[in-house]
Design a protein around this ligand. Structure first.
Ligand code: ATP
Length: 207
């Protein structure tokens, strides 16, 4: 059994997330993929996220009918700062026979060595780096260039991490861009699923 774990703020979920999920399912032949919305990212302590119930509602709309996708609310229920290692320990306990994969955007992957218990994370799962055009941090080290092509055939992360790069459908959409566009009165059609765009309008989110 191959299980994917996809953590994030999902504020809101957008097509970049959904295309990454679809590519990971196809390229890794995942059995199931778990979307795990964070209560609070350790790397964005000052960011006030949209309340969990609203983010969850949008995720449910985005994933409706995708029976290989599940939403895991454990980080929201734990509350406080969400550390990936706590969640991954839970998966390792619940699915001892499974091969675990953790999806992470190329913009975040270079920070992995700073994650809590990084060596333990590296032992428990393999990372799947999602290409993200124009989004790599300016001080990202050379092992993660903004153009993923040169590293397509070499490991995208240094040891002890086990990692592979997704081919995927690179898309430069972000949640902050969606929020900014709504705030500016611009359309978000085709950047999020139609049902998500409609719910954002109806709930008057991100105004
Ligand atoms: P924000 O703009 O608010 O920082 P975000 O668009 O990065 O949000 P998150 O929910 O924080 O969305 O992302 C969850 C994970 O998905 C992260 O690992 C992030 O790098 C990755 N990700 C998000 N959007 C994309 C994208 N368009 N392409 C590749 N990876 C992405």
């Amino acid at each position: 059994m191959k299980l994917g774990i996809f953590g994030g703020s999902f504020d809101p979920v957008h097509l970049g997330h959904l295309l990454a999920a679809q590519a990971a399912r196809e390229e890794l032949e995942l059995t199931r993929l778990f979307f795990i919305p964070a209560a609070q990212s350790p790397f964005k302590p000052e960011t006030r996220l949209t309340p969990a119930d609203q983010r969850l509602r949008l995720l449910r709309l985005a994933l409706a009918g995708k029976d290989w996708c599940e939403i895991d609310e454990q980080e929201l229920k734990r509350g406080g700062v969400s550390y990936t290692i706590d969640t991954v320990h839970d998966y390792a306990r619940r699915f001892p026979e499974a091969q675990l994969f953790y999806l992470i955007g190329a913009d975040h992957a270079w920070q992995l060595p700073k994650w809590r218990d990084a060596a333990e994370l590296a032992r428990l799962l393999e990372f799947v780096v999602i290409p993200r055009p124009g989004q790599s941090a300016p001080d990202a080290p050379a092992f993660l260039p903004s153009d993923p092509e040169p590293i397509r055939h070499s490991p995208p992360l240094p040891a002890p991490f086990r990692a592979r790069l997704l081919a995927g459908f690179p898309l430069g959409v972000s949640s902050s861009q969606i929020r900014a566009r709504v705030h500016a009165g611009l359309t978000i059609d085709h950047l999020v699923p139609a049902a998500v765009a409609e719910a954002i309008r109806n709930q008057r989110l991100y105004l």
